[in-house]
Design a binder for this molecule. Structure first.
Ligand code: TNX
Length: 512
């Protein structure tokens, strides 16, 4: 019997005798509703196996895709016998996850994009029953600090799907770049998508990378990414970060800044003192932006950031003080929640929910807001107790920009080490919550901040294999033991090798 070494680990796996051989007599039989998943499976299997798996109404030797609503959201069963393969999904997403598990049962060569010769495409006989622990299983990509070309985003989406992750949070704007075309405000990308060479500042926080950089997604690019992800049952959550982290927008439209003075797209890292001004016209500007964003991203949740917003500029600015008096606000930080609330009204008027970082909890937040707890898990506790939905992404466990070991050769040694083992121990539900409170935790996500990742190669190195560990923490139920996970991960790395993922090897940093 071949142990299938599935990752993330399914709820249950029964191993039977024998195997099913995929060959040129095998056909695909799919419920009408699951045709898109059937076509996806065909295209996933074809390059390496050279097999077409034609769609048929019935067949002697078939891979069959069925739907059974009693199984539940995203759940599936996978039954392999020598006579055939049946994938039964609780919904289309469940069918898709079952197909991903089917791929993992095949030799790792199945992930290659060219025909692999001399491989027998034998699927071991098993009965898998599986369902996710959490509904929000995410990864955040910061495409603002360093742009990730569309082609590489699509590849990342495929890697997410392979790990049964279902939410891609795109951090689309920051001080250092605006990455999404907004038709009514073209300068956001004409000016805001590029940054010039930095004058290196003092101290590590103040340093940029000293190189000009740019790039953005056209609206067609975004539609393509969203559709490509949807095909893989991944929702893309956009984030337009306000009212801090906004210098790229201010560079494009100086009237958005406090005092209205000129700015350039920021060339340094760290927390920027520049913030948006709190005029009504700024609310109008961002409503227009969010209108286009909501047209592009059909998901239920729309991110507005809200993190790391210094109040010093507001405190020093007479016009802002006047606005505060008019609005009956006593402390400058209340302006941030005022602004976020205004945008929240706009977002909820279109039936969407606001999504933001845990700083939002420092003031009242609109009901229905989804809070990302990043400064450890205290935000998760506070939000859940206030009845808000939570996505856990504590920096000390799932910030994949943090270094992976204490090894002095670790390239780009940011912050504290987060090993694979540490990432694997991630639990999105704080232990102190009651079951009722815990029900507010939608799930979690790993955050990939890219100040120090200027290429998709580097993102591979930081994301993998830690993202494999996080994916299992978000998908699998039951006890998690690292000693049990480790051999499965070792086996799984052969799949990543076949895809061509430049993960960090257990033997240490690569010599670059
Ligand atoms: C904090 S997490 C940030 C980001 C940085 C990150 C670096 C959050 C909401 N803000 O702007 O990129 O730390 O680890």
């Amino acid at each position: 019997m071949i142990h299938p070494m599935l990752l993330p680990r399914p709820t249950s796996v029964r191993h039977d005798d024998g195997f099913f051989l995929l060959d040129d007599t095998t056909a695909l039989v799919a419920a009408a509703e699951a045709r898109p998943e059937a076509r996806w499976l065909q295209s996933a299997l074809r390059p390496a196996t050279g097999l077409d798996l034609p769609l048929a109404d019935r067949a002697e030797r078939a891979v069959e895709l069925r739907l059974d609503g009693t199984l539940g959201t995203e759940a599936y069963r996978l039954d392999v016998t020598p006579a055939g393969v049946v994938v039964t999904g609780g919904d289309r997403a469940g069918v898709f996850h079952g197909c991903q598990t089917l791929l993992q049962l095949l030799p790792a060569e199945v992930y290659r994009r060219g025909e692999a010769s001399g491989v027998r495409w034998a699927v071991p006989a098993v009965a898998v029953a599986d369902a996710p622990r959490f509904a929000w299983r995410g990864a955040m990509l910061d495409v603002a600090r360093h742009f990730m070309p569309k082609h590489d985003v699509l590849r990342f989406v495929d890697l997410m799907a392979m790990h049964r992750l279902n939410t891609l949070h795109l951090h689309l704007t920051d001080d250092q770049g605006w990455r999404v075309e907004i038709r009514r405000r073209p300068r956001l990308t004409e000016v805001g998508a590029g940054r010039r060479e930095s004058q290196r500042g003092a101290g590590p926080e103040a340093r940029g990378d000293g190189r000009p950089h740019g790039g953005f997604y056209t609206q067609d690019d975004i539609r393509e990414i969203v559709a490509y992800a949807a095909r893989r049952h991944i929702t893309v959550v956009p984030e337009i970060d306000v009212p801090g982290h906004s210098q790229a927008a201010i560079a494009a439209y100086p009237e958005l800044g406090v005092g209205g003075g000129p700015a350039e797209v920021w060339t340094r890292w760290g927390v920027n003192p520049r913030v948006l001004n709190m005029e009504e016209s700024t609310v109008d500007f961002y409503r227009d932006v969010l209108d286009e964003v909501m047209d592009l991203f059909p998901g239920a949740v729309i991110g507005v950031g809200g993190d790391e917003c210094p109040t010093t500029e507001w405190e020093k600015d007479p016009r802002t003080q006047e606005l505060m008096r008019e609005r009956g606000l006593r402390h400058a930080h209340e302006l941030r929640s005022w602004f976020v609330r205004r945008l929240g009204e706009h977002v909820s008027a279109r039936g969407r929910r606001l999504f933001g970082w845990d700083e939002l909890l420092e003031d009242e937040v609109p009901p229905g807001t989804v809070v990302a707890s990043w400064r450890g898990m205290t935000g998760a506790v506070t939000a859940a107790r206030r009845g808000l939905h939570v996505v856990s992404c504590p920096d000390d466990q799932v910030y994949l920009d943090y270094r992976q070991s204490e090894d002095p050769d670790e390239p780009i040694p940011v912050a504290v080490p987060i090993t694979v083992e540490k990432a694997y121990a991630f639990d999105p539900v704080p232990a102190v919550l009651t079951p009722d409170e815990a029900a507010h935790v939608l799930g979690g996500q790993a955050n990939i901040w890219t100040e120090h990742m200027d290429s998709p190669r580097t993102v591979d190195y930081f994301a993998f294999p830690r993202l494999c560990a996080v994916a299992e923490a978000l998908w699998s139920t039951g006890e998690r033991r690292y000693e049990e996970f480790r051999p499965r991960l070792e086996h799984h790395l052969a799949r990543l090798d076949a895809v061509g993922v430049e993960y960090r090897a257990a033997t240490g940093p690569r010599p670059w």
